[in-house]
Design a protein around this ligand. Structure first.
Ligand code: CP
Ligand code: NVA
Length: 309
């Protein structure tokens, strides 16, 4: 019997606009049922393996709680508790784990690691954050925007700060969902515009001054100045990013209806002022909660296919 290759979610653009539309519809449906305390368990007897090579609060809790709510179970594997810490090849780990479970979520360092795992996996693999991508977060962020403001197509997102994994996933979302993205990062920490695919570059504008990037934006978003794995650069980054704190002045030049988002964890007084993240335009708690609902829709889609249409 021919074995069909599993679908994976390794980067945001692995899914088409149609598939993402389906996921956002399912996220709303799943969230509404959950809020009414209605049981929905399409993943009964199914198992998710979660492999964490970096710390996590939101990703760990949202995947484990989500899997339980869908009727399945989640197994948490920290690098140090597994044979990965003793040098077992990632390809062998993929072959073994994927014979025992129905879906895998991995948080690791290089994107190459998750790609090697997926290439040897019999089951879908989800990227729970790598150095280069954080697609599950952007699923939740785009859904949160839609929930508060309607369709994101044609809108403008301002990214203020480090050209990191979050930005890469936002840029891919801009290309697939057709919105504009204004980026402002300090010198030496910018995106490499020459490396951007044409459909991303055409939707992305770079600004030396973060105020200019925020002007007229429908969403202002940022992230930590030092991502996990880059801690040795922290002191230099604190100095370089000092003028890139999202504050009330930046929010003041955005669209008056603009939202503020941050994937969390946040550092008040560094990348964001306390009165912005704790202020009326901030939707960071909805954004965090929506990790749960968006990933339940993602798990449903990867394990069960397109249901509910
Ligand atoms: N935003 C996010 O991925 O949070 P965690 O690192 O806590 O999982
Ligand atoms: N860019 C951050 C996101 C944390 C959720 C990091 O990679 O550490």
């Amino acid at each position: 019997m021919a074995v069909t290759a599993p679908r994976h979610f390794l980067q945001f653009r692995d899914f088409s606009r149609d598939e993402l539309g389906h996921l956002f519809d399912r996220t709303r449906w799943i969230k509404e049922r959950f809020k009414r305390y209605e049981i929905y368990q399409p993943l009964r007897d199914r198992t998710l393996a979660m492999v964490f090579e970096k710390a996590s609060t939101r990703t760990r809790v949202s995947f484990e709680a989500g899997m339980n709510q869908l009727g399945g179970i989640a197994i948490n594997l920290n690098r140090h508790d597994t044979q990965l810490s003793r040098g077992e090849p990632i390809e062998d780990v993929a072959r073994v784990i994927s014979r025992m479970v129905d879906v895998v979520m991995i948080r690791t360092f290089g994107q190459d690691i998750i790609e090697r795992f997926a290439a040897h996996s019999r089951v879908p693999v989800i990227n729970g954050l790598t150095n280069e991508h954080h697609p599950c977060q952007i699923l939740a962020d785009v859904y949160t925007f839609i929930e508060h403001r309607g369709a994101i197509g044609g809108r403008t997102v301002a990214w203020i700060g480090d050209a990191n994994n979050m930005l890469t996933s936002w840029l891919q979302a801009a290309a697939v969902l057709d919105f504009r993205i204004h980026v402002s990062s300090p010198a030496g920490y910018e995106i490499d515009r020459n490396a951007l695919p044409a459909d991303v570059a055409s939707r992305c504008e770079s600004y030396a001054d973060p105020m200019d990037a925020c002007r007229g934006a429908d969403l202002v978003t940022t992230d930590v100045w030092t991502s996990m794995g880059f801690e040795a650069e922290n002191e230099a980054r604190l100095r370089a990013f000092a003028d890139w704190q999202v504050d009330a002045e930046m929010m003041g030049v955005a669209n008056p209806e603009a939202l503020f988002m941050h994937c969390l964890p946040a550092h008040r007084g560094e990348e964001v002022a306390a009165d912005v993240i704790d202020g009326p335009q901030s939707v960071v708690w909805d954004e965090a909660e929506n990790r749960l609902h968006a990933q339940k829709a993602l798990l449903e889609y990867l394990v069960c296919g397109k249901v509910g249409d």
